[in-house]
Design a binder for this molecule. Sequence first.
Ligand code: PPE
Length: 308
Amino acid sequence: MPSVPKTEKIWMNGQMVAWDDAKVHVLTHALHYGTGVFEGIRCYDTAKGPAIFRLEDHLKRLFNSGRIYHLQSPHPIEELHKACAELVRLNKARSCYLRPMLYRGFGPMGVHASGNPTHALVVSWPWGAYLGDKAIKEGIRATISSWRKFPNDSMPAMAKACGQYLNSILAVADAQNNGYDEAILLDHGGNVCEGTGENIFFVKDGTLCTNDASSSILMGITRDTVLRLAADLGLPVTIKTIAVGELYSADEVFFSGTAAEITPVREIDRRELSGGRPGPVTKRIQEAYFEAVLGKNKKYAEWLTVVK
Ligand code: PPE
């Protein structure tokens, strides 16, 4: 994958800083211990201009993740809101990905983190399809990881915290080294949690199914969007613990996430799903999702922050 292309500005602690000047010290606490929380938000090119999807909900989750890790933003939520919109404007993006973060900076070293100042930043960059354009259209091949998802009593899965992603990084590296596109993590009871950066859904006999916070997952905003779209489409939904066998024998499986959007899964561990191509329910959800984020369905206008 290509590196992130340089943009004009990065917002750091209340200031718009030139790309090349957005630097941190090597003793930044978050670099050593992963002490940060972050968000991933997409801005789409709509007929009304660039529009940030569910900005408020993402920033609320950022602040909630921060509360769990004692990372209090030095700037109010409204300021981060403005920073995101301003970055889209300054970086002249029609569409982009936004990455706000609260993290521990330079101060006393050691795991006793509280003496380190909390900093805030927002970066934006153009980001195409997370797993590639082909993944969105044709689906991906996934495997069940031998790495287990950390349980909620080891680390709070509902927090989007930097260090927690080492678990995902191990799982996706093994999956890709073994020729798969993505990994699915299970909990210690052998039940399904989620992908390394996505929530998971399956379809069986016309019913859509996913798990919830009791399964050590990040409570995805895209997951929530899918549930609303499904309700509006009149699709029956079940929320419950998912066994591996249910995925292997599902009619359809797909991932949801800000970066991954709606990515169909066409195979898991050499078991073909929906004939090895995206299934009809997945396609309906995907279509409705893109209509919503691209501002093509008025019903979901309140989810969009249009940047003038
Ligand atoms: N689970 C995990 C572990 C996760 O990281 C994400 C988002 C989701 C579920 C879906 O959440 P949501 O985006 O609110 O629907 N992963 C973000 C980061 C991916 C990355 O590689 O970085 C994202 O999609 O922005």
